[in-house]
Design a protein around this ligand. Structure first.
Ligand SMILES: NC(=O)c1ccc[n+]([C@@H]2O[C@H](COP(=O)([O-])OP(=O)(O)OC[C@H]3O[C@@H](n4cnc5c(N)ncnc54)[C@H](OP(=O)(O)O)[C@@H]3O)[C@@H](O)[C@H]2O)c1
Length: 229
């Protein structure tokens, strides 16, 4: 059993990582501004939910005590400068702050949910901030792994951010290997698959620094029932 801190554990991908980690028997802590999500599923009660802003490390640093790994899923696609939310801060600085805190707490591994590209209709500053954070994290004195998935579709009760028809279309593409491969770095991947790859990266020594779309999608050494939810 390991202890894993998930930053953004109440978000789309963070909650899937939390669910799987709980079901695999790990101790799971989350930090996110809104704390516990409004989900009525048994695994939710097993997570230690903490309402904290990543930019205020004094408020959440103690959650790293005794934790083996950190999985960082905090991001935004929208600027709201009046609330201190900019693409640079939330997609770049937040990951660096979390990484420095993890290094200082002697965590063994840090996994950064980055992205293969910029989402549609979002400024390129999104990706520039991600790449800046990736470079900084790979210099830390812990095992840092960067995941760069393309679009991620929801499964079961965790439907994610895309409208339902788009989510369904992405799933259909992923169901047909010959078609999915043609999408290259924009190949859709299920939230469950990405979550399992992130968890495996956090818990496996000597995981590569960078896991790109082909690395993530071709990792079949995972739980077989991920499409069953
Ligand atoms: N969704 C996709 O299709 C996709 C594709 C490729 C890559 N990714 C990457 O995967 C990662 C996760 O994406 P997602 O879709 O799961 O995002 P999401 O659903 O928007 O989740 C973002 C999380 O960040 C938390 N957060 C935001 N600002 C925070 C702050 N200042 N302090 C603490 N927590 C904060 C949010 O919780 P609160 O609001 O409660 O703070 C939420 O839990 C991101 O890095 C994204 O770039 C996503």
């Amino acid at each position: 059993m390991s202890c894993i801190l998930i930053t953004g554990g109440n978000g789309f991908i963070g909650r899937e990582i939390s669910r799987i980690a709980v079901e695999d028997g790990h101790r799971v802590r989350s930090i996110a501004r809104r704390g516990r999500p409004a989900i009525d599923e048994p695994w939710v009660a097993e997570v230690d939910w903490n309402a904290a802003d990543v930019f205020e490390p004094y408020d959440w640093r103690e959650q790293l005590d005794g934790c083996d790994a950190v999985i960082h899923t905090i991001a935004t696609i929208r600027d709201s400068p009046e609330q201190g939310v900019t693409l640079e801060r939330v997609n770049g600085d937040a990951a660096i702050i979390a990484g420095l805190e993890a290094e200082r707490a002697n965590a063994s591994a840090f996994v950064f949910l980055s992205a293969s590209g910029t989402p549609p209709f979002v400024s390129d500053r999104y990706q520039r901030a991600k790449r800046r954070a990736e470079r900084a994290l790979l210099d830390l004195d812990l095992q840092a792994s960067v995941l760069r998935p393309g679009p991620i579709y929801g499964v079961g009760t965790n439907q994610g951010h895309f409208p339902r028809p788009v989510n369904r279309a992405l799933q259909l593409v992923d169901d047909h290997e010959w078609l999915a491969r043609r999408f290259g770095d924009a190949r859709p991947i299920s939230v469950t698959h990405v979550a399992r790859v992130a968890l495996k990266a956090a818990l496996t020594p000597n995981t590569p620094d960078l896991l790109s779309v082909p690395d993530i999608s071709s990792d079949t050494d995972l739980h077989p029932s991920e499409h069953e939810r």
